[in-house]
Design a protein around this ligand. Structure first.
Ligand code: PLP
Length: 333
């Protein structure tokens, strides 16, 4: 894979660590060896996976002469926080359209990521009802900004277009280089599957590096079938952009839809257990919306014996811990 064909801002500052999770592996019975790739430690305010995607998306925006970034997300969006973060660093204006996916959850003075939007100098935050056409809403904002003489650039939700997904194809290559250097043979990689750029990019990169390692996505909002369709579509487009010969086969895409619970961002018992267990055993902070549910899936799969005994399983930690501070009642209650 050749990433030098694409403009990039160089946000990464080296590789994120791959660490064994010995305590957690033991606590879960010791039959599977768990590892974690710490993308929660990526640069950008409070870290997380969107930095890898924005490395390419913001470069594209600057190449196109933008002076303003518009993006969208849920009311506690990590993607919006990181977009605001890199916009601040680049001296670009940042405008957000927030989708109130759960009615009554947008609070102007809420903690967590919402508070960070303010600190990171977001110019406007406009909240729209759940189910709105977010691209159309962002276009409205762009129209207003153009009328005011600005040059806006729209980053789609989660930066999950083929340009953003390049960030996770590059992550797959980074990970393979690390594993080869460590001489660590991983049997299975488990990633979150939300707006799908992370999962689709990772699969594209694993195919592009001929790694032979299975990747499973754990859904945070959709059913298995719907999500697999979305991930495969984006992986195909990413493979085409990157020139990965043969593309990505449908069989390479595997999603679990059993850990969403009542819906996106709504707590589950498994999530609460996972957040507490990772903190207690590994001093790793997960988040209630994404990685907590993904880890709940991982824990359940280990307990059910879904991975053969002695397997090495790597969990991609995509960040999100600022959202914990908007969910204190969930963890204390
Ligand atoms: C956005 C996000 C994800 C999901 O990544 P997608 O590329 O949207 O599927 C996972 N974890 C965290 C913390 C996120 O912010």
């Amino acid at each position: 894979m050749n990433f030098t064909k694409f403009p990039r801002r160089g946000y990464l500052q080296g590789q994120t660590p791959i660490e064994p999770m010995k305590n957690l592996s033991k606590a879960l019975g010791g039959k599977v060896n768990l590892y974690v790739k710490r993308d929660d430690l990526l640069p950008g305010a409070s870290g997380g996976n969107k930095t890898r995607k924005l490395d390419f998306c913001i470069a594209d925006a600057l190449e196109k002469g933008a002076d303003t970034i518009i993006t969208c997300g849920a009311v506690q969006s990590n993607h919006c926080r990181l977009t605001a973060s890199w916009a601040a660093k680049e001296g670009l204006e940042c405008h957000l359209v927030l989708e109130e996916r759960v009615k009554g959850t947008f609070k102007e003075d809420a903690s967590g990521n919402n508070f960070l939007f303010e600190l990171l100098n977001v110019k406007t935050r406009r909240c729209v009802a759940g189910g709105s056409d977010m691209m159309a809403e962002m276009e409205k904002t762009a129209e207003e900004l153009r009328a005011a003489g600005k040059k806006p650039y729209i980053v789609p939700g989660g930066a999950s277009n083929p340009i953003g997904a390049l960030g996770y194809a590059a992550c797959a290559e980074e990970m393979m280089n690390q594993l080869n250097t460590m001489d660590l043979s991983i049997d299975h990689v488990v990633v979150p599957s939300g707006s799908a750029g992370t999962h689709a990019g990772m699969i594209t990169g694993m195919v592009g590096t001929n790694s032979g390692i299975a990747v499973s996505g754990i859904n945070v909002s959709r059913t298995k079938e719907v999500q697999e369709e979305i991930v495969h579509g984006l992986a195909e487009k990413t493979a085409e952009l990157l020139g990965v010969k043969g593309g990505v086969a449908k069989e390479d895409v595997c999603c679990y839809g059993d850990y969403v619970g009542p819906g996106y961002s709504l707590p589950t018992e498994g999530m609460i257990e996972a957040v507490k267990l990772f903190a207690k055993e590994e001093a790793i902070l997960l988040d209630p919306v994404y990685t907590g549910k993904v880890a709940a899936g991982l824990i359940d799969l280990v307990r059910k014996g879904a991975f053969p005994e002695g397997s090495n399983v790597l969990f991609l930690h995509t960040g999100g811990s600022p959202a914990l501070y908007a969910y204190l009642d969930t963890f204390r209650g």
